[in-house]
Design a protein around this ligand. Structure first.
Ligand code: MSP
Length: 506
């Protein structure tokens, strides 16, 4: 039986247009799920949009539209962007969908029936962009610590979720499962938050009607985070297909940015426990992608649209950069110059050159067919090491380390060519040695195409085809497919245009 593997991205607010910060999380999720599919897992990869809340109401008002009209116009741009970036998500959830409303209502009812929701009066400071309450001491210069905008004094009758009752259970959970929040620094942050003491939080609103009505008191709608977090369950069947829900739940990974750690690692597991459901296996919070040292935001006008970079670097060039350039965890700075330099060195030079020169030589020197394989060429060890390192790194979501190992294999193959000089062997009439060296390189190319396919799916598939292999790399299965010697002798090779043409600064 294939192992279920369930991974989610945050659902993005469609009052913003998709930018490279959103793409950063989504591409990472796509790479990891493509990798798990290579292992034959039963993968479910979910992304979507968070369409409720005050920030959507206000954005709609600003355009003179009803909230539903507004999200109907803006949400599709997320789906289109993921299509452009070759994101192979299995579902795209919108929180205005009936399946979601129905599931959230059942969930809230369960939490209510279990006694974890009660009526109270709320007075507090609210940031409508975060959709979060803050205390005075959490503010920076009296403003929201994330958005830097003034917070608003809010007073209303709300239902409260009794988060305070979950302090011990959450601590016990994270003691037993320290892997449930990663990287470790984020776990420490979460433990700190829990140990400070947890306050009940308000889970309903009467000041707006845009949201999911509470089934037992429909003049209240669910607080947007209460409804949004539940997308992870409503998409896989909660409330309408229990069997499917049980098959995929608990999620293997919720990939998120560090800005929404508290909601995912404190609120969310407690909400699930309150309904008698299991908490997620791992919340992985990565850092921010900064532009000029600052987080991208509409107000700072420093957002970069994925399409602008795709036009120049191609889809694979885009994906490669955001996954491999920086470690997935800490903050990282985006720079166009850095992206260009890495594209030229890693993709145009290392990857592109290896593919080009090997295929060219094979067509010119050995008749364009794969020579008989050597059971154990000198590159076989390097290939085995690359696979092992990639495997280890992917367990830790260390994409730069993992694909760095594949690029080490590429460098090793380029060095091997420099060393053995197949053109000289050919010129000297040594057909056996020429075939051996090129056979080793072709087999290395097959393994490179396979292992790099999660991050550069298009170039990998094209290389696969030029190697005369049937289907696409994603049809192959690990670990067998990574073993040395998989390229059938006699396959017809094809040379072609450079896979990654060198780029000049635009
Ligand atoms: N709608 C909520 C999430 C609900 S999940 C149940 C939300 N949406 S958001 O549109 O603001 O996007 C949040 C996520 O987008 C971040 O957590 C992060 O994953 C990604 N990013 C947005 N800007 C980013 C950067 N500048 N850098 C990296 N990731 C960024 O919060």
């Amino acid at each position: 039986m294939p192992r279920p593997f369930y991974l989610t991205t945050p659902i993005y607010y469609p009052n913003d247009v998709p930018h490279i910060g959103h793409a950063y999380t989504t591409v990472a999720g796509d790479v990891l799920t493509r990798w798990r599919r290579l292992w034959g897992d039963d993968v479910f990869f979910l992304t979507g949009v968070d369409e409720h809340g005050l920030n959507i109401v206000r954005a709609a008002e600003a355009q003179g539209l009803a909230p539903q009209e507004f999200v109907d116009q803006t949400s599709p741009t997320f789906g289109e962007t993921w299509k452009l970036l070759d994101i192979a998500n299995d579902d795209f959830i919108r929180t205005t969908e009936p399946r979601h409303h129905q599931a959230v209502q059942q969930f809230m009812q369960a939490v209510y029936d279990n006694g974890y929701i009660e009526l109270g009066l709320y007075e507090g400071l609210y940031c409508y962009r975060c959709e979060l309450y803050y205390t005075e001491d959490e503010l920076v210069d009296g403003k929201c610590p994330i958005h830097g905008i003034p917070v608003e004094q809010v007073r209303e009758e709300n239902y409260f979720f009794k988060l305070s009752e979950f302090q011990d259970r959450l601590l016990a959970h994270y003691t037993e499962h320290p892997e449930a929040v990663q990287p470790e620094t984020r776990l420490n942050e979460v433990l700190g938050l829990i140990r400070q003491g947890l306050r009940d939080f308000s889970m309903s609103r009467t000041s707006i009607s845009w949201g999911v009505p509470l089934p037992w008191d429909p003049k209240h709608v669910a607080y947007v985070w209460f409804d949004a977090l539940f997308n992870y369950c409503s998409a896989i069947g909660y409330g309408y297909d229990r069997e499917r829900f049980d098959h995929y739940w608990p999620a293997d990974y919720h990939l998120i940015g560090k800005d929404i750690l508290r909601q995912h690692a404190v609120y969310w597991p407690a909400m699930l426990m309150a309904a008698g459901e299991a908490p997620p296996k791992c919340v992985f919070a990565h850092g921010w992608l900064l532009v000029g040292g600052e987080k991208m935001s509409k107000s700072k006008l420093n957002q970069i649209a994925p399409a602008d970079l795709v036009a120049e670097f191609g889809v694979d060039g885009f994906r490669y950069h955001f996954v491999v350039d920086q470690r997935f965890g800490p903050d990282g700075d985006f720079s166009y110059e850095g992206m260009l330099a890495r594209y030229n060195s890693d993709l145009a030079n290392n990857f592109g050159n290896l593919a080009n020169r090997v295929l060219n030589m094979a067509v010119n020197f050995v008749g364009g067919v794969v020579p008989d394989a050597r059971a154990d060429g000198p590159l076989a060890d390097a290939a085995a090491t690359a696979f092992e390192r990639l495997q280890e790194a992917m367990e830790k979501l260390d994409f730069s380390g993992g694909f760095g190992a594949v690029w080490d294999l590429i460098r090793a193959a380029n060095a091997y060519i420099e060393d053995r000089q197949p053109w000289a062997l050919h010129k000297a009439g040594d057909a056996t040695a020429t075939a051996e060296v090129l056979g080793d390189c072709l087999e290395t190319l097959r393994i490179v195409a396979l292992l790099s396919s999660p991050v550069i799916p298009n170039a990998a598939a094209e290389l696969w085809r030029r190697l005369g292999l049937p289907g696409r790399p994603e049809d192959a299965r690990l670990p067998d497919a990574a073993r040395w010697g998989g390229l059938p002798a006699g396959s017809r090779l094809e040379k072609g245009a450079p896979l990654f043409p060198r780029l000049e600064p635009s």
